[in-house]
Ligand binder design. Structure first.
Ligand SMILES: Nc1ncnc2c1ncn2[C@@H]1O[C@H](COP(=O)(O)OP(=O)(O)OP(=O)(O)O)[C@@H](O)[C@H]1O
Length: 665
């Protein structure tokens, strides 16, 4: 029968006789007396207690019970837990001595070794002998930002760690520092189309490193896409202009606002903040007789951006030369870069001629666009890389239109050259650098008829080189013409033949045999069928643009409505106005705002739904008779109102605000 500890204590208090060995327990001598266990001794030990009174025989002492319990429980005296590394040979850690023998001081220094490869145990990583010394002894290089080419990493992974130490993606200063003079200036144009020609080519070659400016203007097409939707459904994209158009406009805006930090370029007259637009610092004086530079600049007179073409080293000898620009200022044609002014300056430290024209952000020359084989075709001039015939006709028609305007003003372009025709948007070109030769060659006048005829010949040369994808097409005209007849239509071949005919020979491009002067009217008559199709394409493009603008019109209407709502809602001065109190007539304007923007679903989660916002605001703008239920935030009030009523209330509140703004409270 078991005896509880309580019973034993009671027995002890009473001085009960030592329990007799239970019947049948003759081996009581092998059992430790309970009195010894409880009190440390037994007063009946010598007077008949049959139990054993020697605790040492049981490996026990009167305190050993306490010690046992102390060992079992955690208490404040518990030794702190220090995990031991498992032995690399797989021996149990419990076999280790908890203390270190003094002999250990003489033990050989422990040098950790790698576990044998065949062991399955995860061996602990060898620890350095002295961590502090080791850290201190490492010679960590200081962080020095430099340009970084991630392509190296792919080629040589072992170099990656060292390379990463020196990479700062936001540092362009070190890149710029390596560039000098004009190349430095040119390379600062991140939109420059011909990066390989720039002084900063190394920087631009690896597109991986080009982290600035941020590419926020790139939009990926997000679903759901049209084909997954019912015809009446709309996506968010349907409410805004197409992504590619927005991207183009944003890039142009960014290029326009771009500045050149730490520029040493001077201000020229009322133009300041000059930014070089040249994509190469190799200047040849072949076209104008002077090296020319092109800059974007801001006018302090009207805050607009213009292009300054500088002819370096030009000296004005005749006052009338500069006035030959005047008739050019009166020209109005969409295919000519508008010429605004011309003057000479010494701001650059020399004598320079400056011609001011309109600025077309991100424009590039036809030469850059079509003759940059490395970038565009990787040297491949296969037929599929030749310019489409419609595009060539579009160029011809646009230039013919420009020449018509120029020639009918008694002027000649004199500069129909691939590097002097700007591509300002898709297939949209403009004659650039007109009038320059009129100024610089003023003292060597030539017959205007000759010059105008030469314009048409220059047009022929330009189209021939574009059609053959070769700037040197004129070196072997028969071969180039033969190539044209293989790739393009008979009409294109005839047109080029007419333009390139040496002297007055043809009446129209289609009947080269008739004798007549090479003039622009005859040319226009000859390409009239192409003009009709180019006009049609241009009208279609205009319609597309107009519908894109229309989408933004809707947005601007909603922005105005939102502005109105925000003007009247939550004005601090109306805090105590009775009209806005819970019984006032304008209270539901507040509730309407909650209805538009602060809706929650049945589970209390915010509803973020642009479709709801646009739908509701459109109905408000139209003032429809549709009824909506507006509920106060505490859900104690509920109004059923039409959009028409809300619109009227909003209008009144806004008109009051306008009156108050004029001081007419
Ligand atoms: N009106 C302009 N608006 C915007 N950019 C322009 C304008 N005129 C020229 N540019 C830009 O300046 C760049 C340099 O023009 P430029 O006429 O000097 O051509 P180029 O190829 O450098 O020829 P050249 O070797 O004769 O100087 C053009 O590629 C073009 O991108």
């Amino acid at each position: 029968m078991a005896t509880s500890l309580g019973d034993s204590l009671n027995d002890a208090r009473r001085g009960v006789p030592s329990p007799r060995p239970p019947k049948g327990r003759e081996n009581a001598k092998n059992t430790l007396c309970r009195n010894v266990t409880i009190f440390g001794h037994c007063k009946y030990a010598n007077s008949g207690c049959a139990f054993n009174h020697d605790p040492s025989k049981f490996g026990n002492s009167p305190n050993s019970h306490q010690n046992d319990s102390a060992k079992k429980k955690f208490n404040v005296d518990s030794p702190s837990f220090t995990p031991l590394q498992p032995a690399s040979n797989g021996a149990s850690s419990s076999s280790r001595s908890a203390t270190i023998s003094p002999k250990a001081a003489n033990a050989a220094v422990f040098t950790p070794k790698r576990a044998p490869a065949k062991t399955n145990l995860v061996s602990p990583q060898p620890q350095p002998k002295d961590m502090n010394t080791d850290w201190g002894s490492h010679d960590f290089p200081d962080f020095v930002p430099q340009t970084f080419d991630t392509s190296q990493l792919a080629a040589d992974p072992t170099a990656s760690a060292a390379a990463m130490n020196s990479y700062d993606p936001f540092s362009v200063s070190s890149t710029m520092a390596g560039l000098g003079g004009a190349s430095h200036q040119a390379s600062l144009n991140p939109y420059s189309q011909d990066a390989a020609n720039l002084g900063g080519a190394a920087y631009f070659q690896s597109t991986n490193t080009f982290t600035q400016p941020l590419q926020y203007h790139l939009y990926a097409p997000l679903g759901p896409h049209r084909e997954n939707l019912a015809p009446y459904q709309r996506t968010v994209h349907d409410f805004f202009i197409p992504d590619n158009l927005r991207e183009e406009l944003q890039r142009k805006a960014e290029a326009t606002l771009q500045v050149l930090p730490n520029s040493t370029l001077p201000s020229v007259d009322h133009f300041h903040s000059l930014v070089p637009l040249d994509t190469t610092n190799q200047k040849n004086a072949a076209l104008f007789g002077y090296p020319s530079w092109v800059y974007k600049a801001m006018s302090s007179q009207d805050g607009n951006y213009y292009t300054l073409r500088r002819l370096e080293g030009y000296r004005l000898t005749n006052e009338k030369a500069i006035r030959s620009i005047d008739p050019w200022k009166r020209l109005d044609n969409g295919s000519i870069v508008t010429i605004l002014d011309a003057f000479t300056t010494r701001a650059f430290g020399d004598s320079s001629l400056i011609i001011v024209t309109d600025y077309h952000p991100l424009a590039k020359s036809l030469a850059e666009h079509h003759f940059n084989f490395n970038q565009r075709f990787q040297g491949n001039r296969s037929p599929q890389n030749f310019i489409l015939e419609q595009v060539l006709w579009s160029y011809i028609v646009q230039i013919a239109s420009a020449l018509k305007t120029i020639h009918s003003h008694g002027l000649a372009s004199r500069m129909i050259h691939p590097s002097k025709i700007l591509l300002t948007s898709k297939n949209r070109i403009r004659l650039n650098a007109c009038a320059v030769l009129d100024i610089v060659q003023y003292d060597n006048p030539r017959s205007i008829t000759d010059l105008q005829q030469e314009d048409l010949v220059q047009l022929g040369r330009l189209i021939l080189s574009l059609a053959t994808n070769s700037p040197n097409a004129m070196l072997n005209i028969p071969k180039s013409m033969e190539q044209v007849s293989r790739i393009y239509s008979e009409q294109m071949h005839e047109c080029l033949k007419w333009l390139l005919s040496p002297g007055p020979s043809a009446s129209t491009p289609q009947s080269p045999s008739a004798n007549a002067l090479l003039n622009i009217d005859a040319f226009l008559a000859g390409i009239s069928t192409q003009m009709a199709s180019v006009l049609n394409a241009s009208l279609n493009a205009e319609d597309t643009l107009l519908s894109s603008v229309n989408r933004e019109l809707e947005n601007s209407r909603l922005v105005r409505l939102l502005t109105k709502l925000n003007f009247v809602n939550e004005r601090p001065e109306f805090e105590n106005a009775p009209q806005w109190s819970e019984t006032g007539e304008r209270y539901y304007l507040k509730l309407f705002r909650d209805y538009v923007f602060h809706q929650v679903d049945a589970a209390g989660h915010p509803v973020i739904d642009l479709g709801h916002v646009l739908g509701v605001l459109n109905k408000l703008d139209a003032g429809t008779e549709e009824k909506i239920m507006l509920v106060s935030r505490d859900e104690q009030n509920c109004f059923v109102v039409t959009y028409k009523e809300i619109k009227r209330s909003l209008e009144m509140a806004f008109q009051d605000l306008i009156k108050a703004s004029r001081g007419g409270r």
